[in-house]
Design a protein. Sequence first.
Length: 44
Amino acid sequence: MDQYGTHFSIRLITDAQGRVSSMLTPLYQVLHHHIKQSAVIHDR
């Protein structure tokens, strides 16, 4: 994949996506727990 004159391989993109996913997992888990414990999740 070429973007702005730079080549990104599918493998490079996949590896980066995996690293970002791993870094965000703890935050997701904390937010998920906090939301599940909330008395009100959505109120209009």
